[in-house]
Design a protein around this ligand. Structure first.
Ligand SMILES: Cc1cc2nc3c(=O)[nH]c(=O)nc-3n(C[C@H](O)[C@H](O)[C@H](O)COP(=O)(O)OP(=O)(O)OC[C@H]3O[C@@H](n4cnc5c(N)ncnc54)[C@H](O)[C@@H]3O)c2cc1C
Length: 424
């Protein structure tokens, strides 16, 4: 039998990219919220830290974007896609987007996340419990009415009008809701490193080759994030081969950056991140819903996983005041959130999977087509702008129609190639 009993309006499980934003957005509306997080404190490890324009917009709405410390953020406008060896294939320029979100923002590890968590701690209507794990749901009939969590050695019963599962791709809340999930683990993940650059690096580079991907993103303080694709389960093997072997592999990809790669001096500068995709038939139940990776994890090629979790959170935060006013927490009403969010998420999941097929490939024909598409994009501002607005989180529909695809592959000329005014 549970010991302590707590009453709240909204209970959020997981203080990651989506849950923390939701808790802060609800706090700013004065909604009583309890957020539980199994970790013992704010995260310290390495992760993808690129804030796309839609993520910047969310932080702006929360009043945080302009407060991110200037010495921890870096504006990046140009992303160069290159072949292994150095040849440039295509350059995408965020400067083409409408201001003020006409840039990507790269932060030092966890900077935006810590700002959100600090914001939560300052809000009286939200309580954040670290070291607290979700155990099971409480139901009355079909309606979820709360959850039981383990806080230290104690079982705590949390009564809530809505329980939000923001607990990542392996969501236990999803499991407890008996929502079936198609969880696909990709055969490749990413070795991430953060290096002090001896050279000024102001523009991002993304190398593609035969089963090879290396992304280099400039961060504040002349640091550079490296994302290197490796087969899942081989991180220890890569480490056993030693730092010089990894430096050498990266130097083959871009010999000019050898001095940067030599700054990799300790495995403590690295981490491994597996990649997965989640598809579920529904994100809502009576009295409960899922956001972020719990509902729809996607391959990081879309550079949108965390951004989508943040946008989910804002959509839910916009809907819940109405649910509370009407005392209606039915799946039918919560479904409005899912209907608003599914089109963009599904499109991004599909796009990221298509990129997996062409970008991660060892097949020379697929590699040839990939490079050909990049080269066409470089000459075709209209199609390039479509790709940019998709990665920036500004599109809900697929960037290319069937005809666009044929033109992107270079098999048809594009009479409107120079016209991006119509796209804006
Ligand atoms: C290599 C790589 C690079 C990436 N780069 C980017 C990028 O550049 N841009 C981008 O937008 N996205 C990126 N992503 C994706 C992004 O990291 C995720 O999509 C995002 O973190 C999802 O947020 P979330 O809140 O749904 O889940 P998470 O951030 O995973 O948070 C889930 C939280 O729930 C907690 N939790 C889990 N189980 C329980 C439990 N039982 N009880 C209590 N708490 C629990 C966890 O501790 C965690 O804090 C990348 C991912 C990878 C793998």
């Amino acid at each position: 039998m549970a010991g302590t009993m707590i009453d709240t309006d909204i209970a959020v499980v997981g203080a990651g990219g989506g849950g923390a934003v939701l808790a802060l957005a609800l706090a700013q509306k004065g909604i009583k919220t309890l957020i539980i997080e199994q970790a013992s404190g704010p995260p310290q490890g390495l992760r993808g830290e690129i804030l796309q324009p839609n993520g910047q917009h969310v932080l702006d709405r929360l009043g945080l974007l302009s407060k991110l410390p200037a010495d921890s953020t870096r504006t990046v406008r140009k992303f160069h896609f290159c072949r292994v060896g150095g040849e440039r294939l295509c350059t995408v320029d965020y400067g083409e987007l409408p201001a003020p979100y006409n840039r990507a923002v790269v932060t030092l590890p966890n900077v935006a996340h810590h700002a959100i968590l600090d914001g939560i701690q300052a809000e009286p209507s939200v309580t954040l419990w670290y070291g607290t794990s979700f155990l099971r749901l409480i139901r009355e009939g079909t309606q979820v009415t709360g959850l039981v969590a383990k806080r230290g050695d104690e079982e705590v019963t949390i009564r809530a009008k809505v329980v939000v599962g923001a607990d990542g791709a392996f969501s236990k809340v999803r499991e407890a809701l008996q929502i079936p999930a198609d969880l696909h683990l990709y055969p490749q993940g990413y070795l991430i490193a953060i290096l002090d650059s001896p050279l000024p690096v102001t523009e991002a580079k993304y190398f593609v080759g035969k089963k090879t991907i290396l992304g280099l993103f400039p961060a504040a303080g002349d640091k550079v994030y490296c994302f290197y694709m490796i087969p899942t389960g081989t991180y220890d093997k890569v480490k056993a081969q030693g730092l010089p072997a990894l430096q050498q592999a990266w130097t083959v990809i871009d010999p000019a950056l050898k001095p940067l790669f030599q700054r990799l001096s300790d495995w403590g500068q690295t981490a491994f991140m597996p990649t997965g995709r989640v598809r579920t038939p529904t994100w809502v139940a009576d009295g409960a819903l899922l956001i972020g990776d719990a509902a729809h994890a996607m391959n990081p090629h879309a550079s949108q996983g965390r951004m989508q979790a943040m946008v989910d959170a804002m959509t839910v935060a916009d809907l819940l005041p109405e649910c509370l006013a009407e005392q209606d927490f039915s799946a039918a009403t919560l479904k409005r959130y899912e209907l608003a969010r599914r089109p963009q998420v599904t499109m991004l999941q599909r796009l990221a999977d298509e990129q997996v097929l062409f970008w991660n490939t060892a097949n020379p024909v697929l590699g040839f087509l990939r490079d050909r598409v990049f080269r066409t994009l470089d000459r075709n501002p209209r199609l390039r702008y479509r790709v940019l607005t998709t990665t920036a989180g500004r599109r809900e529909t697929a960037p290319f129609s069937m005809i666009d695809r044929i033109m992107a592959a270079g098999f048809l000329p594009d009479p409107c190639a120079s016209n991006i005014t119509a796209e804006r």
